[in-house]
Design a protein around this ligand. Structure first.
Ligand code: G3I
Length: 377
């Protein structure tokens, strides 16, 4: 007697069949596309930040893009303090080990992000006795254990580390971070010192955003020069590159490169994406309906990106890559902060389109534009 399937099982098996039919086609389309890693000038890596679904191989379409297109990878979240060292007596290395193994299996340069940051660090790190903040010695000991354990575990396998992330205020002075409050201004130096001791061959970076602002850029250069004067290793500054269509201007971006070059500091675009949306609305104190309305008002492309904006995005990426080529001796790496638009942190409940691949993992006009620039067309 024929077995009668429940309708939901039929739908599920049809969906699975369609997915398995669609995937090879997508993979073939990827295989036919030119690969960015083959087009970059020698000496400049091209990378993407990947999420756990990608390093675990769950997002097959994302993995196909990453392995075909890129020769460097950064973990979007996995190696941040909170995920790798959630409790004083506990490290979490399962998914992190798989991230490193993923990069190695695909012959990629594996980057670590990040060791010392004021965000995504659990509260216990900064807590002292009886509700007081941790004192200098306690915080230094926690920093030492964290860096020594994490960098040491991947010694010789993680090629370069974002050692300190976003330590500066917008005016270029050290920001008021709990690391600084607890340890003092030398916390940055101590982090670089510990990272170097844990893996003397690893490259070490200072990573920062908004470096198009002259005061902040001057602060970053001062910081790195000061570290180097103390004999500490700093290989490059990561210029994050969370930019919009029109700001910063190409002149402002070019000024970053010019100033770093004059200071003898190599540059990496470490977190490149282009935000197409207006600023996120302030949702504090709003009820669910009011929140939904505020989001809808600042979500102009909820039903798709108009061709004209798609073209502007392509032009913006073309300008950025032309700039990279003009300064090919200065740049060491360009890393996108995400793979396809659906992955991006810039969505946050809205529809953003900041990357080179769309939500269906198809290359966008921006991808073609970057390819044309890299091919010299
Ligand atoms: O994994 C949890 C999930 O279990 C939970 O249900 C969910 C609820 O909010 O949160 C999930 O964690 C989120 C995580 O991303 C993974 O998606 C965190 O809330 C969220 O805060 C976190 O955001 C990350 C953000 O850093 C944290 O500040 C973004 O993915 C990541 O792209 C972003 O990356 C930073 C760089 O590290 C430094 N430079 C700026 C850049 C963009 O903000």
């Amino acid at each position: 007697m024929p077995r009668i399937q429940h309708p939901s099982a039929v739908v599920a098996s049809c969906a699975l069949a369609m997915a398995t039919l669609a995937l090879p086609f997508q993979l073939q389309a990827q295989d036919a596309a030119p690969a960015l890693k083959d087009l970059m000038p020698p000496g400049i890596l091209i990378g993407a930040a990947i999420n756990q679904r990608q390093s675990d191989g769950v997002d097959a379409a994302g993995v196909a893009i990453v392995t075909r297109q890129f020769n460097a990878t950064t973990p979007e979240n996995l190696l941040k303090f909170q995920l790798v060292h959630p409790a004083a007596d506990r490290f979490a290395f399962d998914a992190q080990d798989r991230y490193v193994a993923f990069g190695e299996a695909h012959g990629m340069t594996v980057i670590g992000h990040n060791l010392v940051w004021h965000q995504q660090t659990p509260a216990w790190v900064f807590a002292g006795e009886n509700g007081a903040p941790a004192d200098r010695d306690t915080l230094l000991a926690r920093m030492r254990e964290h860096i020594t354990t994490v960098v040491g575990r991947y010694r010789g396998r993680i090629h370069g580390w974002d050692v300190v992330n976003e330590a500066l205020a917008e005016d270029g002075t050290l920001r008021d971070s709990p690391w600084r409050r607890g340890i003092g201004d030398d916390y940055v130096a101590r982090a670089f010192e510990l990272a170097h001791a844990a893996d003397p061959d690893a490259e070490l970076y200072y990573n920062e955003y908004n470096l198009w602002k002259p005061e902040k850029r001057a602060g970053a250069i001062r910081l790195v020069q000061d570290l180097r004067r103390q004999g500490l290793r700093v290989d490059a500054i990561g210029v994050q590159g969370h930019w919009s269509l029109e700001t910063p201007t190409m002149d402002e971006i070019e000024a970053i490169v010019r100033d770093l070059q004059a200071a003898g500091i190599k540059a990496m675009l470490s977190e490149l994406d282009i935000n197409l949306l207006p600023p996120t609305p302030d949702l504090q104190g709003l009820d669910a309906a009011a929140r939904a309305e505020a989001i809808a008002k600042t979500n102009p492309y909820a039903n798709g990106l108009p061709d004209a904006v798609q073209q502007k995005l392509a032009d913006r990426y073309a300008d950025i890559f032309r700039m990279v080529l003009r300064h090919r001796d200065e740049f060491r790496r360009v890393t996108f902060w995400g793979v396809s638009d659906g992955d991006s942190w810039l969505n946050r409940g809205r529809m953003n389109y900041p990357l080179l691949w769309d939500r269906q993992h198809q290359p966008k006009p921006a991808f073609d534009a970057v390819v044309r620039v890299l091919e010299g067309r």
